[in-house]
Design a protein around this ligand. Structure first.
Ligand code: SF4
Length: 305
């Protein structure tokens, strides 16, 4: 029985060509895009925060940027959790038809006797809305299905948003009579309140107005969205995924074909613009000698998938 990682499955759903570059040619870009490296460093900080190993957390702090450390500190101050952590980044395995899929939830927690799966989402801006039944990403439905298969009574999924931008520190205008850019300032009410008090401006009308807006809009830095997951949605997602895996396994057996997905100029997660394999894909598409492009890739280390 073939075992696929959830990451590999996601890549196949995104584009078979990219899947073949990654899992057949075993290519990996020499350098990781900065936003991905940042996201995985923050995930690591959160892992140490929740697994409670202070020595590892100390090493992480020493090796991380001040900005990343400040985000994790503000997160820990913001959420005084009563979560009982059952698993932090542990690998599980689920069966889908003739295939196994491995997956690693960021956290599995118990809240008031109910089990929830947590996904940390580091992002430049927390979206106003998120479509939880996004057809291109069944991750949360599969994770819930996988843990239910293993006997966990999972209630649902928590999207744990963490913004990577720090709140803006207020400043005074040149003559010191007002706070600069007050109307548009992107900060927290606590920071603005403290600054206004330090400068004796807390009773000014525009400061009061801004504080009221900040206090009555959803938190812009940390948010948690809870999603209760019905069995029907999980069953559909598992059936769809099993069909994708059947197709992928048949392609592997027949050595392809590995078609490119509909080439899009969009900037979203599924777009070619966000694909690690765009340079080699374009070289192959245009029939250009790929050797020069291959210099920007290294061979992915082997591990069981
Ligand atoms: S650039 Fe687009 S078509 Fe090419 S491998 Fe990547 S996602 Fe697929």
């Amino acid at each position: 029985m073939r075992i696929y990682s959830h990451t590999s499955l996601k890549q196949a759903q995104r584009c078979y060509k990219a899947w073949a570059y990654k899992y057949i040619e075993r290519l990996q870009p020499k350098e990781r895009p900065a936003h991905l490296a940042r996201g995985s460093n923050l995930h690591e900080g959160l892992f140490h925060l929740y697994d409670g190993d202070e020595a590892s957390m100390g090493v992480w702090v020493l090796e991380s940027s001040d900005e990343d450390v400040a985000i994790i500190e503000r997160y820990a101050e913001h959420w005084t959790d009563t979560w009982d952590v059952l698993h932090a980044e542990e690998e599980f395995r689920m069966q889908l038809g003739d295939h196994w899929v491995t997956f690693i939830p960021d956290l599995v927690v118990e809240i008031n006797g109910e089990v929830w799966i947590v996904d940390h989402k580091t992002t430049a801006n927390i979206p106003d809305e998120y479509d939880p039944y996004n057809m291109t990403d069944f991750q949360h439905l599969l994770y819930v299905g996988g843990l239910r298969q293993l006997g966990y009574n999972v209630k649902g999924f928590i999207f744990n948003y963490i913004r990577t931008k720090a709140p803006t520190e207020p400043k005074l205008i040149k003559d010191g009579s007002r706070i600069a850019n007050l109307r548009a300032i992107d900060t927290t009410p606590e920071i603005l309140q403290a600054f206004a008090e330090m400068h004796g401006m807390e009773t000014m009308e525009d400061v009061q107005d801004k504080l009221m807006i900040l206090r009555h809009t959803p938190n812009r830095y940390f948010q948690r969205h809870f999603l209760m997951v019905p069995d029907e949605a999980v069953e559909q997602a598992m059936a769809d995924t099993e069909a994708v895996l059947d197709e992928l396994a048949a392609k592997e057996e027949n050595d392809g074909p590995w078609p490119r997905h509909v080439i899009s100029k969009g900037g979203g997660y599924m777009s070619c613009g966000k694909c690690d394999y765009q340079p080699i894909c374009h070289a192959d598409l245009l029939g250009i000698n790929r050797d020069a492009v291959l210099l920007d890739y290294i061979e992915r280390p082997r591990r069981s998938e």
